[in-house]
Design a binder for this molecule. Structure first.
Ligand code: PLP
Length: 396
């Protein structure tokens, strides 16, 4: 198995095992973005008033074809946090309503739910999902057990950030729909990691980042809204689209396509990123996702062996991220984003290995999380293991 690192300009001194946090964009896609930026800055009015909309529609069609979404249901947003905020701010929450949030949820998005719930007098119910998690069915059972006749919305991560669990999203969406509960799927990790078919999934709302596993530049993400919910969802930034009229465009597109002046070039190169990723492995992007997942599965076993920790979940819950709990709970957990865990600091300072180590208060533990992206190969994880062998035992 070979990596494709030559296509990235990653720092050669660094073993980069944290694609999951911010992604990393290959050279060819950044060159395509730069070409758009040059064009934009050479005549900004031509770009924004005469070219931008068609180029954005092209990017939307290209992304929609990859994730099984009709362009009418698809809007662009700068990141998944913005997508979650737009949905929750637009949701007709009333006092007494309940929103379900599993305890593995990404803190920023959980904060957004708390904020809007509090304003409406609604309640956020945090659902404890065990970790280790032996079976995805447990997740479905726990979530459904929390549903009451006041439950209106559930925030479900496609892949959780601290614990890297791929949730049984299809089963959850179906069961929640049957109970009249809308699902907001946070697929910050989704496109480029695992096949998506959003029309078939049928969730009311799905937001996801392209800058992570689709390897686009930062500032490119999507929000998919099912047709029967589209009228209600408005962007977190209200702009011209609220009053603009164009019979060729829905209010949804008019509003989300213009939330104020910005640099849309990260979105415009989505087709370039897809075209590039298609070339890396036999089988195109599907082949690449399978290659990355297989790398992740093998390397999480090696890491768990080294750390003498049982694997915390079955293979069916793994995509291209895997978290292994650390044994030592006495290390004071770092408060992200202000601090890094001492093990993360040590690995960076002493071995130039970039890998996240998270505190996860829900279980009072710390996690080390590997990523398996196109630019990684087995030698990256071998360097991580060598470094860990030399790390002070009290940090593990
Ligand atoms: C599950 C999950 N949701 C949301 C986000 C937020 O992504 P962004 O900062 O791009 O909005 C992340 C980021 O890592 C994530 O892992």
């Amino acid at each position: 198995m070979t990596g494709h690192r030559a296509h990235w300009d990653l720092d050669e001194e660094v073993t980069f095992l944290n694609h999951g946090s911010y992604g990393a964009c290959p050279r060819v896609v950044r060159e395509a973005q730069r070409a758009w930026q040059d064009r934009m800055e050479s005549e900004p009015v031509r770009f924004f008033q005469r070219e931008y909309q068609d180029a954005l529609d092209e990017a939307r069609a290209s992304l929609g074809a990859l994730i099984g979404a009709q362009p009418e249901d698809l809007a662009f947003v700068p990141n998944a946090t913005y997508g979650v905020n737009s949905v929750v701010a637009s949701f007709p929450l009333r006092a007494g309503d309940e929103i379900l949030v599993p305890n593995h949820a990404y803190a920023a998005c959980h904060n957004a739910v708390d904020y809007f719930a509090e304003r409406a007098g609604a309640q956020v119910k945090v659902i404890p999902i065990p970790f280790p998690c032996e079976d995805p069915e447990i997740v479905i059972e726990r979530v459904l057990a929390a549903v009451t006749d006041r439950t209106v919305l559930a925030l479900i991560d496609w892949v959780t950030s601290p614990t890297a669990l791929m949730m049984p999203v299809a089963g959850l969406v179906e069961a929640l729909e049957e109970r009249g509960v809308d699902t907001l799927v946070d697929a910050a990790h989704g496109v480029g990691m695992t096949p998506l078919d959003l029309d078939t999934l049928g969730a009311a709302y799905t937001t996801g980042n392209c800058h992570k596993w689709l390897c686009t530049p930062k500032g490119s993400a999507f929000l998919h809204v099912r047709a029967d919910r589209r009228e209600r969802v408005r962007p977190a930034a209200i702009s011209h689209g609220a009053t603009a009229s164009d019979e060729r465009r829905s209010r949804f597109h008019l509003e989300f396509d213009w939330t104020g002046t910005y640099d849309p070039t990260a979105l415009l190169v989505i087709p370039d990123a897809i075209a590039f990723l298609e070339t890396l492995e036999d089988g195109g992007i599907d082949g690449l996702m399978a290659r990355n997942r297989s790398l992740c599965l093998t390397e999480r076993e090696h890491l768990a062996d080294l750390l003498r920790t049982p694997l915390p979940c079955p293979e069916s819950m793994i995509g291209t991220l895997a978290a292994i709990p650390l044994r030592n709970r006495d290390v004071r957990p770092a408060v992200w984003p202000l601090e890094e865990d001492p093990l993360q600091e040590w690995l960076w300072a002493e071995a130039r290995v970039e890998i996240p180590v998270f505190a996860w208060p829900a279980l009072d533990t710390r996690m080390i999380r590997i990523s398996a992206a196109a630019h990684n190969d087995p030698s990256d994880y071998a360097r991580l293991r060598e470094a860990l062998k030399g790390a002070p035992s009290e940090l593990l």
